[in-house]
Design a protein. Structure first.
Length: 299
């Protein structure tokens, strides 16, 4: 009887251990991340001698790592290319740290990734065409880094995107026409960059768009007046560009859902909703809604 009990306990122990085991390649990728971002100096560190399931910010489902959340955790250094071995990863949130270097090639091998939050770091270089492999991506956040180069046209193929947050970088060139095909997009934040030229003609086709922040760029010529009629648009920031202002002439009578509207004001055209600018939490070009989201997460 005793032998049977011990055998049952052994089976239970083996089953429990297996239930939390992850492939060696995935564990190595996590250890690489720890070492390459100075894990010993994190605010909340990992004890590498314990089970991965006990490592803070790591979520495991069906014996695979599906989420890493190390927001505001004092990560420094670079992202290792072996991050690409986390093939089941859905969420990677390393925002509000000081990670530097270019985005590693392995990052774009994470074809199950839905949320990529790397905002408020020190990443540099261009967003490569390889980002087109992230077909399930819904949230792209590279806000407040040192990203440069042009936005790749392939970004318009990421049909699941709801959020593009790229403000406060050094991104240049024209806004790809392909962005107009992102029918699920709710937030397009591109303020404080070096973008130029016309806005895509069909940007108003983004009927789910709630936030359009393109302030402090070099966009020029006519601003598409159709954007002012978008039914779900709540926040529009277009100040400090080179747009013609004629489109404002009839705006006071235009049906609009706008709550915040920022423009240069270099015109005699009056706008009855401008007092709603008081909804800002500060004078930065990030929207009140997006700013609040980040501050809330830090607390």
């Amino acid at each position: 009887m005793t032998i049977k009990i011990w055998k049952s306990l052994l089976v239970i122990l083996l089953f429990t251990t297996a239930a939390f085991a992850i492939p060696k390649a995935e564990k190595k990728a996590l250890v690489d991340l720890y070492k390459s971002t100075n894990g010993d100096g994190w605010k909340t560190s990992w004890n590498l001698a314990t089970k991965v399931s006990k490592w803070d910010g790591v979520v495991i489902e069906d014996n695979h790592v599906v989420a890493i959340t190390l927001f505001n955790n004092n990560l420094t250094g670079v992202l290792p290319s072996s991050i690409g071995d986390l093939q089941y990863l859905k969420i990677l949130n390393l925002a509000f740290n000081t990670i530097e270097g270019q985005l590693p090639v392995g990052l774009f091998q994470l074809t199950n990734l839905e949320v990529l939050r790397l905002g408020k770091n020190k990443f540099q270089g261009a967003i490569p065409n390889e980002i087109g492999a992230l077909k399930k991506l819904e949230h792209l956040d590279l806000y407040h880094n040192n990203m440069s180069g042009a936005l790749p046209e392939v970004i318009g193929s990421l049909s699941q995107l709801k959020v593009i947050s790229l403000s406060d970088n050094r991104i240049e060139g024209k806004l790809p026409e392909s962005i107009s095909s992102l029918s699920n997009l709710e937030r397009l934040e591109l303020s404080e960059n070096n973008l130029m030229g016309d806005l895509p003609k069909n940007l108003s086709a983004l009927q789910e768009l709630k936030i359009l922040a393109i302030a402090n760029n070099s966009f020029s010529n006519k601003f598409p007046s159709e954007i002012l009629k978008m039914q779900n648009l709540e926040v529009l920031q277009i100040q400090k560009n080179n747009f013609e202002v004629n489109f404002l002439a009839d705006f006071s009578s235009t049906a609009s859902s706008l709550v915040v509207f920022d423009f240069d004001g270099k015109t005699n055209v009056s706008y009855s909703k401008r007092n709603l600018k008081d909804l800002y939490l500060d004078s930065n070009t990030r929207t009140a809604k997006a700013k609040f989201e980040d501050e809330e997460e830090k607390n």
